[in-house]
Design a protein around this ligand. Sequence first.
Ligand SMILES: Nc1ncnc2c1ncn2[C@@H]1O[C@H](COP(=O)(O)OP(=O)(O)O)[C@@H](O)[C@H]1O
Ligand SMILES: [Mg+2]
Length: 313
Amino acid sequence: MSTLTQQEFCITLSDLAAFLEMNPAEVKKKAESILGKKLKTPLHSTWLMPEEARRIVLAQGYKYPKKVISIQMLKGGVAKTTSVLNMGLRAAMYGARVLFIDLDQQANLSFALGVEDESLPVWVDIVEKKKSIEECVRFIEPHVDLIPSSLNNSVLDRVLMNSNRNWAQAVKAPLEKIQHRYDLILIDTAPALSATNTAVTIASDEVILPVNPDKFAFLGLQKNLSELEDIKEDFELSFTNKILFTKFDGRENASHELLQKCIESFEGHLMKGYIRTSSEVKNSVRSGKSLFSGKSSVKADYDFVTREMLGFC
Ligand SMILES: Nc1ncnc2c1ncn2[C@@H]1O[C@H](COP(=O)(O)OP(=O)(O)O)[C@@H](O)[C@H]1O
Ligand SMILES: [Mg+2]
């Protein structure tokens, strides 16, 4: 069982009403008729379980996408893990069925979800055929599962390179067995151009590249994008690339300059939403907390990009 609180995997009726652009009283009536039970007021403290939110969202005509999305960037510290964690949890709150896969041996995503156990099976055990993918899946909360990582995955790249089997399929092939259970499969990766990340790309329908206004950010982004283009060509893939601007600071020139450069260079690929910098986010992943348990202003930013990821806006 995870350390998540109700605020981190359930949604309030008032948040759901805001998303559906419906009057809260109207949503309450509708929800009561769909769920067949009376709901309490006030609506901002009436929590819906993911399955309940799902039934209401589906009744409004929304459809959940079925996608494998990886978050990649060869630079560390660009908010890959923070973004995977918060977008995945928020998507589950909206009723999506989410599987997180941690493929970074630093295992920050696993820690954030309360899984810190070196003896648990991880991806390298699947590749070496010691475990089945089903045995690696941990239940976190309703609608949220995790295949954790640990330092044991640090040999994964070497294992892939020495393998006689088709290493390029080492993520995609096992996933095919359990993919039907989820809407979104979100893969967090290590900051590297590696065989593991190539196998992740081959399994991805979409790759999100977070970029933050740091020295070398633009260079790193260009290098990563050109690597992805090569993989796309070599393996005849058709995944899409999206760039997510993170740690945007409206008071700093560097943020405006990089944003401008990204708009000019990658217009169609830049996500509409972006993430502002906030001191409340610092170390949130390390402390095992998602943003949805606090009052951070960045919560609204992750809410927006989650809807964008779900195709809900
Ligand atoms: N919007 C933000 N504002 C301020 N700090 C952030 C923000 N997003 C992430 N951080 C911090 O930046 C650091 C790196 O984030 P992390 O998600 O671990 O990056 P990565 O996975 O790319 O290495 C962490 O300390 C995290 O708390
Ligand atoms: Mg990380």
